[in-house]
Design a binder for this molecule. Structure first.
Ligand code: SF4
Length: 234
């Protein structure tokens, strides 16, 4: 099923918040609340200084080949999905999935409770549970990918709050395949850890905490900001 657009963000709802004065890029505003992209949970685990360089200092770098290919693949999968998808509201999808499996792709989430937003690659709704899937190249289980999908689970749980109480499972899938290579129930403990991480990033972007940087030179070697970073280790 394809989610009917529900215009979560209306221009009249976009207001300035305290975060704007720091001129942080990449944020979006819903009813006066600043939300940051869930992908920053991935970035933070690799090196949170990347967030500072790109979104506070405003440094522009060319997207990596992997990023560009990933976007193209997402678009291709979504275009194919749209050809067969039936538009439905979230409530209709939840009701239908009590009886049969329902798939939604590019599922948008705007979580004003935790201050995060993003687009989930795929949500699989089954009578037994709700699976939040993030597609990644390869099959290596990186903590950064786990943190990102946990962020999607957090925002998805918030979206379903008051509507559905089925268990939520976070999953990583090899891009372009049906191969789920990692999955984890979104338990209370996982949720608490994720909220802690979200709050940590929030305190970085408000300036309450200082940005740290990588302590592993190998990360700097493969970093797309290496030519412009004043904390590079190599
Ligand atoms: S060069 Fe190293 S310290 Fe600088 S942003 Fe990249 S990974 Fe972080």
């Amino acid at each position: 099923m394809q989610l009917k657009e529900t215009s979560h963000i209306r221009s009249e709802e976009i207001q300035a918040s305290g975060l704007e004065s720091r001129k942080v890029g990449g944020l979006t505003y819903v009813r006066g609340t600043a939300l940051f992209p869930i992908s920053w949970l991935h970035t933070q685990e690799f090196c949170e200084y990347q967030i500072f360089l790109e979104h506070v200092r405003g440094i522009k770098v060319t997207p990596t080949r992997s990023l560009t290919e990933g976007k193209q693949e997402h678009q291709r999968l979504y275009d194919n999905f749209k050809k067969v998808a039936v538009p439905a509201t979230f409530e209709e999808m939840l009701a239908e999935s009590e009886k049969v499996r329902v798939i939604s792709r590019e599922f948008k989430v705007f979580d004003t409770r935790h201050g995060i937003y993003g687009r989930i690659d795929e949500v699989l709704l089954t009578p037994d549970g709700l699976v939040v899937i993030d597609d990644k190249p390869g099959m290596r289980v990186f903590l950064s990918s786990m943190q990102q999908v946990r962020g999607y689970c957090l925002a998805f749980k918030e979206r379903a709050r008051g509507l559905d109480y089925r268990n939520i499972i976070g999953a990583l899938r090899e891009r372009g395949t049906n191969n789920i290579y990692w999955q984890e129930p979104f338990t209370t403990a996982v949720e608490e850890g994720t909220v802690g991480l979200v709050n940590h990033i929030r305190s970085l972007i408000t300036g309450a905490k200082e940005f740290g940087s990588a302590d592993n030179p190998n990360k700097c070697r493969s970093c797309r900001f290496s030519a412009k970073c004043d904390r590079i280790l190599v």
